[in-house]
Write a protein that binds this ligand. Structure first.
Ligand code: BG6
Length: 513
């Protein structure tokens, strides 16, 4: 082992007093399992290049791919190269690529092949010695959850799960983390037998998004929002994650999973946690996790589910001027699939702050447009000293965190329409990232991969959060499983009629972002 282990290595920027300078990862190797998958090609490899390009990876960095393909180091290097050229955020620079590619290795094998893991251990040892990766290893499991136990077991058997001499060994786990509470608990146990909780990094890429982290800045760095961020002033909260894409090519993953398991259990409940939690004592990971755990423990689905939830499945329709097929015609989906591509649920947060304030969460594929937002909708003013006609077009005040694609924050409030009459109508005041800042936001995976390499766990949900999220969702999933099929909705629309009805029943309506 090289002398440049994690403990001895001194990051030149760490001692610098300017805290705005980004921290650079120490020497390490990142091993990706599932390297032939879509996520690795579209997100992980480009993010690694972008980090290198931003100078955030150390000279002693290596990227190791593990898969069954009959590739050698050069073949894999070419795959990474093509992925980087196609998907990276920052411009391609030959010198950066050269430096990165010198540390690229490939190990061929299947997950149940002991010899392949012995080969992986040898490869890492050689890299530690020759490239100076310092015995620090991150293992990224970009594989289906069914493969977690076997890969973790192999890492344990080959001695890779436990780092030597002050170095570190970390495991990165992609969602879906189980398909219900029981399976999530089992997975947590299996992973926990091999890695300590501090070494487990569960990825929820929504937490890597700038706009999601900005919820914390907006709430806790300002004075003007928190005083009204509660049941006295807030009527309800709508959290929307709408996508225009369909599920062509994703049947293997998605059929039988559905919209609620795919994104409500993780991304949307994390957005709810950031929106509804109390102020953490500090931004130390343990404090942040503690507040999220508290609020998730207090969250439960509102009943009766026939009235408080809705689910749909897209049928053929038009999108972006093109005719698109319905889910049942997409390749790989069972002709009688009951997988939902749209899900809406009502949650209640049983705390003094939120008592009586419904949180509506919805998500869907093949909807009108791609948009993710959190809308905090305020109650109407208790008294309006105007004639009714003057305010008939006045809606409710709202603060909307625009997570994507048009990142920013919108405040909606009433304003006088110019003219001799007093007429009040809604207007919007916008903050837009694109206009306010000159730097572009890093991709979520850049931030999260860097945090793994730095060992900063704040943005990674802990086991308890994952389990609590399943606990919230499981009753709804059980209800749906026992009650027929999802309602069809035309592609390119805003989802099934039952979702509109769900809100109409309470005298509210969904925003049309
Ligand atoms: C993933 C889901 O977690 O998030 C996908 O599995 C979804 O179904 C994707 O399309 C959306 O991510 P983003 O960052 O494009 O909003």
């Amino acid at each position: 082992m090289l002398e440049s282990g994690a403990a001895e290595w001194v990051n030149p920027l760490r001692d610098n007093r300017d805290r705005r300078l980004p921290r650079i990862a120490g020497p390490c190797a990142l091993v990706i399992f599932g390297v032939t998958g879509d996520l690795a090609r579209r997100k992980l490899m480009p993010a690694i290049y972008d980090l290198a390009n931003r100078g955030l990876l150390p000279p002693g960095f290596a990227l190791v791919g593990f898969a069954r393909r009959a590739w050698d180091d050069d073949d894999f290097g070419q795959v990474v190269h093509d992925a980087v050229r196609e998907h990276s955020r920052t411009p391609f620079r030959e010198e950066v690529w050269q430096r990165l590619s010198e540390g690229i290795r490939f190990v061929q094998g299947s997950f149940d092949d002991d010899a392949a893991f012995a080969d992986l251990a040898r490869t890492l040892e050689t890299l530690d010695r020759e490239r100076g990766t310092g015995g620090n290893h991150a293992f990224y499991l970009s594989v289906p959850p069914a493969a977690f136990p076997v890969v973790c077991g192999q890492l344990a058997r080959s001695g890779l799960a436990v780092a030597q001499d002050g170095a570190w060994s970390r495991v990165v786990i992609e969602k879906p983390f189980g398909h219900d509470l029981d399976s999530a608990r089992e997975l947590n146990e299996v992973v926990g037998e091999v890695f300590s909780e501090e070494s487990v990094f569960r990825i929820d890429h929504y937490l890597g998004k700038e706009t999601v982290q900005n919820i914390l800045a907006l709430r806790f760095a300002n004075q003007m929002f928190e005083p009204v961020w509660n049941a006295h002033y807030v009527d309800h909260v709508q959290i929307t994650m709408a996508e225009d894409i369909g599920l062509g090519g994703r049947a293997g993953y998605y059929d039988g999973i559905g919209a609620a398991r795919d994104v409500i259990q993780n991304h949307l409940l994390q957005l709810l946690a950031f929106t509804a939690m109390e102020e953490p004592v500090s931004f130390a990971a343990s404090e942040l996790h503690a507040e999220k755990i508290k609020v998730l423990s207090a969250t439960r689905p509102a009943e009766p589910f026939d009235e408080t939830t809705a689910r749909g499945q897209y049928a053929a329709g038009w999108q972006g001027g093109e005719k698109v097929v319905g889910l049942l015609e997409e390749k790989g989906f069972a002709a009688d699939s009951i997988t939902e591509t749209y899900a809406a649920i009502t949650l209640e947060v049983d705390t003094r702050r939120w008592a009586g304030v419904p949180f509506y969460l919805r998500t869907g594929k093949r909807l009108g447009r791609r948009v993710t937002e959190i809308a905090v909708v305020f109650k109407r003013a208790p008294h309006l000293p105007f004639d009714e006609t003057m305010t008939e077009e006045l809606g409710q005040n709202a603060l909307v965190v625009r997570v994507q694609p048009d990142e920013g924050v919108t405040m909606r409030f009433g304003s006088k329409v110019p003219g001799s009459e007093m007429e009040v109508r809604d207007v919007n005041m916008d903050f837009s990232y694109g206009q306010a800042f000159t730097v572009s936001s890093p991709e979520a995976y850049e931030r999260l991969i860097l945090d793994v390499l730095l060992g900063v766990p704040s943005l990674f949900p802990v086991d308890e959060e994952v389990e609590l999220s399943w606990k919230i969702l499981d009753p709804v999933l059980e209800h749906w499983a026992a009650h027929g099929r999802p309602e069809p909705y035309e592609a390119g629309t805003w989802g099934p009629e039952s979702a509109d009805e769900m809100l109409r029943r309470t005298g509210r309506e969904w925003r049309r972002p």
